[in-house]
Design a protein around this ligand. Sequence first.
Ligand code: PMP
Length: 395
Amino acid sequence: MSTVQEPTPRWSTLASKPSSSVIRDLLKLPAGVISFAGGLPSPEGFPLDEIAKACQTVIAKEGKHALQYSMVEGEIALRREIARRETQKGIPTEFEQVQIVSGSQQALDLIARIFIDKGDKVLVESPTYMGALQAFDLCEPEYVSLPCDTEGLNPAAFTEEVCRGAKFAYVMPTASNPTGLTISEERRKLLCEKAREYDMLLVEDDPYGELWYDQQPPASLRQWAPERVIRLGTLSKILAPGFRLGYVIAPADVLDKIAQMKQAMDLHTATFTQLISAQVFSEDLLVHHLPSVRERYKTHAKAMLDALEEFMPEGVTWTHPTAGMFIWVTLPEKMDATEMARDALAHKVAYVPGEAFYAGSAVEKNHFRLSFVTVDPERIREGVKNLAEVIRLRI
Ligand code: PMP
């Protein structure tokens, strides 16, 4: 019998690029570990009954339409509901301004493809969302990292030199991933004024804006500069990440380019989940659901903040989020949170080392991200106690 020769893969340059495995390895968690490393929303918050009801209505009312191909821009019913919800939040929005995408992660990819050529300047917060860096990296930009302080991105970072020629600045205004920080209204306004002054686009990524604890965050950057803000939203955190539904609200010329690019990538986003979501929104099925998600996240955040206060040694600081899912911890400068992650695992607790959230060479190693929404409050306390012991041994 002749032997079959293994094929020689002739990978593209892109596929051949080495990708960092440090974080991936760390996240392969052994059993029994209390994981603050995940970025998933709490499945306890998935509105199963509401979705089951909407699903039945869609099948009964428009089943054939729901299973058919659709338009690249997205289903009008969902675009209308999203425009209505955005308008309710204070920014008048028409459905024509809304493009549906397969999760806001796809929006990040599309934005990279329509704006970035190799070597182009892109401004990012430091630290920033790891998934945005992964999406942008494929188009090989030159990043400029904008330093953040305890109130998030400081508009003072937008100088003429920094902004000159930049394709866009990528900003998370509310409950940033990873820091949990929310940018104040005054700073939002100033960022927009600077973007106008230096003729720059702002990509506003806002997956956590509805997950506030006590008080609604300030309005979208669109309020201050609608003509230069590309706003990304998602249903992942308020409905179901498995639906893979996000949206882009942007000026018409940007939307046109996004639609053209998306057509080439995947024709359109799944019709079925779009219609189910439109149904959920049109019947206001989330009216009771969203407040309970907010309450749960607030309780978990408090449990973690209380535990940090109780157990962390002197010299360790952390952010105090008012929305979202993350707390950012800063160790004394000499410490390395990537190295320490292995000790933490030995003490049955996991986090994401901060280095994953920095662009290019602007890496700081003395931070880590804690996610608290998928761990019960008693386990949060136990996990933070373990973590504090690990830190105490190294400090
Ligand atoms: N942006 C940020 C800041 C995120 O945290 C996430 C999810 N972790 C996304 C975008 C992607 O979300 P999705 O694709 O599920 O909409």
